[in-house]
Design a protein around this ligand. Structure first.
Ligand code: F6P
Length: 545
């Protein structure tokens, strides 16, 4: 990797982009459509069956070209090459990021290929046996329910994919559930109607040190022990997926029930590894292979297509434009599919844990904004909750609409219409004159029009991208997930941050450990001590001190 790193704002293209910002400051996207009939063609791109339309963004083709020039000056091709050739792009931890090897896309070289193959085939056998009812619990009953115990990357990816593609698993040969929170309520709810003799737990933790997952695994063991008796072989009810094999063995997981995950796959990039076991169980091999195939196609596209025709590159650059040149602080992600309701949660970890950073490759600190706050929820639900702020609030909030074009069910067309309508309405808004005309058409008198018209005006010019999926299937979802993974890489590379470590989250974990280890009731700073006293008083039934 290059050691001649320059922060992006020291590249000539950065200054040029400021000129584009000035130039476009007074332009309205609605008018740009009128002035440039080819705008959609110039600013949309398709790859691997997905189409992304950037024509509702507050830029034009010249700006996109200047952004591509920025990527060139930031040596993005060298970065993509470093990623796919297995160089230590995770430079703080001196590791490569090789998740693409798990799906075979432009496969980077891995030293432990035999072990990776072996794990892949063992997880397939396990899933096959489970789905065939061959895998038995301690009392000889077939396993009918699997509960994944993991958090963060060991939960969000498989949970989102299972929700998106498997539908309710109650009718499946094996039901698949998830518990992540250290709050016992989540696991209690999952186990409320479960039969311990037919339940298998997957303890999913790369590090095998995560407090939430270990607490849930211990609770699961206690639940099984109480139900199955002191002599039951609880090993028949556990599988572990981890990089810390010795810690899992210490916990009591049988060696043959251990699926190792390589060190070079980051938690938030791990659904493609054995962390994807719940997906494999819920969808079967064909579904899991199609998920990998979609991601693989996006890998091939990302590593081979020139910058000017590269979908993840465009998406990363447009996001960077919004963040750094239009000062947009958040990104709302709105999948118009109930199955994808947790896509924003998965994406939050991917974007914010990867690029929510400020330290640059050379150890200096970024002087430009990095990852936006990613949030969102399923369309059309959000239309009746938070879209009001998009229309008439005081902030500019770019939106990614994720729209499923086809599918068997004609009732889903309403989702498409709503998504397209929302995107158009956010672009065009409603002027004061249009509001007055609408009121007049409803029969309002002039006084009423003067009073109400300002409240009906909508500034518009809110930026959005629409990503079209041909259908909500495993292949398209795999491609979509890999698209966002690579978008994150593009941005991290140009910003000059390491997208693959997560030192920030360690501080909170460390403080929680100190608080739970503390023997004295009062521990920490003034606020913590004050709150601890209040909590202790509440627990005693006393008033606040
Ligand atoms: O605390 C953050 C984090 O380390 C994430 O990066 C990770 O996905 C999650 O916790 C769970 O980690 P593990 O798989 O090691 O339990």
């Amino acid at each position: 990797m290059t050691d001649t790193f320059l922060p992006p704002d020291r590249l000539p293209a950065w200054q040029l982009l400021h000129a584009h910002r000035q130039r476009l400051a007074t332009e309205r996207v609605a008018e740009l459509f009128d002035a440039h009939p080819k705008r959609f063609d110039e600013l949309s791109i398709d790859a691997c069956g997905l189409l992304a339309d950037f024509s509702r963004q507050r830029l034009d083709r010249n700006t996109l070209d200047a952004l591509i020039e920025l990527a060139r000056q930031a040596r993005l091709p060298e970065g993509i090459d470093a990623l796919f050739s297995g160089q230590p792009v995770n430079h703080t931890e001196e590791r490569a990021a090789l998740h693409m090897a798990l799906r075979g896309g432009c496969p980077p070289p891995v030293a432990d290929a035999t072990q990776v193959q072996d794990t892949a085939s063992r997880m397939r056998t396990l899933a096959r046996d489970l789905r065939a009812g061959v895998l038995k619990g301690a009392s000889g009953r077939p396993i009918r329910r699997v509960v994944n115990l993991g958090i963060g990357g060991s939960d969000l990816g498989p949970r989102m994919v299972v929700e998106a593609l498997a539908g309710p698993t109650a009718k499946h040969p094996v039901m698949v559930h998830f518990a992540a929170n250290i709050d016992p309520q989540e696991l209690d709810e999952v186990l409320a109607d479960a039969n311990p003799a037919e339940t298998l737990f997957i303890v999913a933790s790369k590090s095998f040190t995560t407090a939430e997952t270990l607490a849930n695994a211990q609770a699961a063991r206690a639940w099984l022990r109480t139900a199955l008796g002191p002599d039951a072989d609880l090993g028949a009810h556990f599988v572990a997926v981890t990089n810390a094999v010795a810690a899992a063995v210490d916990f009591g997981i049988a060696k043959e029930r251990l699926l190792p995950m390589p060190e070079w796959v980051g938690g938030r990039y791990s659904v493609w590894s054995a962390i994807g076991l719940p997906v494999l169980i819920a969808l079967g091999e064909t579904g899991f292979e199609a998920l990998l195939a979609g991601a693989r196609a996006m890998d091939e596209h990302f590593c081979n297509a020139p910058l000017a025709a590269n979908l993840p590159v465009w998406m990363g650059l447009v996001g960077l434009w919004n963040t750094d040149f239009l000062d947009q602080e958040t990104l709302a992600v709105l999948p118009y599919a109930h199955g994808l309701r947790n896509f924003p949660a998965w994406l939050q970890q991917l974007e914010m844990e990867s690029n929510g950073k400020r330290t640059l490759r050379d150890g200096t600190f970024s002087t430009v904004m990095t990852a936006p706050v990613v949030w969102g929820g399923a369309g059309t639900v959000g239309q009746h909750a938070f879209h009001q702020l998009f229309y008439q609030g005081t902030r500019a909030i770019p939106v990614d609409f994720i729209v499923v074009a086809g599918g068997e069910d004609p009732r889903r067309q309403a989702l498409v219409h709503n998504a397209l309508a929302q995107a158009a309405a956010l672009t065009h808004g409603r002027s004061l004159d249009e509001a007055a005309a609408a009121l007049r058409a409803r029969g309002a008198d002039e006084a009423e029009i003067r009073r109400l018209a300002p409240h009906l005006t909508i500034p518009g010019n809110q930026a959005s991208t629409t990503v079209l999926l041909p259908r909500l299937d495993a292949y398209s979802l795999g491609a979509l997930m890999a698209l966002y993974e690579h978008k994150v890489f593009v941005q991290g590379w140009i910003w000059g941050i390491n997208s693959f470590d997560q030192y920030g989250v360690e501080l909170g974990k460390e403080m929680a450990r100190r608080l739970s280890d503390a023997t004295s009731t009062a521990h920490g700073d003034g606020a913590t001590i004050g709150l601890q006293r209040a909590i202790a008083a509440l627990r005693r039934g006393a008033p606040y001190p």
